[in-house]
Design a protein around this ligand. Structure first.
Ligand code: C5P
Length: 238
């Protein structure tokens, strides 16, 4: 059994803009403690001995930049760069198409913009995939969760969902290759667009286990998130 990692990194990072000012680079290339966010993510997976290779999906105009960074930090022999698509799903599908592996190999998909993932959580995810075929990292909800209907001036609550039934999906999301490939083929044939891989695999009828994650594994999306990530990084180091 081998483990392959796909890191979709082809987003535009438009939510990172402050007011009308676009950031200097898409968020996956911004620096956290002097190191590009994408490199933090690659480092975490490179620490896990089971990982054979990593596939990073990038926009074609970012390929040179990413190749240079990957070489600078010494990952060139473990990392393959593929061209991303217009959606996260398409970026992952492009990477999946370049993978040549056995149905029982494991594929982990991880948001390039979650740089604080740790090796122990990655290993727990791999173990859960070996046992259940599919597993994702999820964070239990701490807030009370409401279902709403959108209205012209906001929203009204239609239900309160007991929070013990809620986890927020994080990454990595791991699957046996054969299952993930079949689920993606079905989604493509039906024109289904999911915001994560688990939704695509659930739709194909498989059950997906959840490994408990942590709030430190945040997805850098909005301006204040970089400061928050620096804070968590210091906590983890200290
Ligand atoms: O946009 P979102 O926050 O869901 O992005 C999650 C991850 O998917 C990011 O690492 C982003 O770069 C990646 N992505 C991608 N291709 C896209 C859109 C997002 O690889 N077209």
């Amino acid at each position: 059994m081998r483990v392959f990692v796909i890191l979709p990194a082809a987003g535009l990072g438009t939510r990172m803009a402050v007011g009308h000012h676009a950031p200097s680079a898409p968020k996956q290339f911004l620096e956290l403690a002097g190191v590009p966010i994408l490199i933090h993510s690659l480092r975490a997976f490179a620490q896990v001995p089971q990982v054979s290779a990593m596939y990073v999906a990038v926009r074609s105009n970012e390929r040179d930049r990413v190749e240079a960074q990957v070489a600078e930090y010494g990952f060139a022999d473990k990392v393959h760069i593929v061209t991303g698509g217009d959606t996260r799903q398409e970026s992952v599908a492009n990477a999946l198409d370049t993978l040549h592996c056995d149905d029982n190999d494991i594929v982990l998909v991880h948001d390039a913009v979650r740089p604080l993932i740790d090796a122990a959580t990655i290993i727990r995810t791999i173990e859960a995939v070996e046992k259940h075929n599919a597993a994702i990292v999820g964070l239990p909800a701490v807030d009370t969760i409401k279902q709403v209907e959108r209205t012209a001036d906001g929203a009204i609550i239609t239900a309160t969902i007991p929070r013990e039934y809620i986890v927020q999906a994080q990454t990595p999301q791991g699957f046996h290759y054969g299952l993930l490939k079949r689920a993606f083929a079905e989604a493509t044939a039906d024109g289904f667009l999911g915001t994560d891989e688990a939704s695509i695999v659930e739709r194909a009828g498989a059950s997906v286990a959840v490994v408990l994650g942590s709030s430190a594994n945040l997805k850098i999306t909005q301006p204040g998130d970089l400061d928050l990530a620096e804070f968590h990084l210091k906590q983890l180091a200290g």
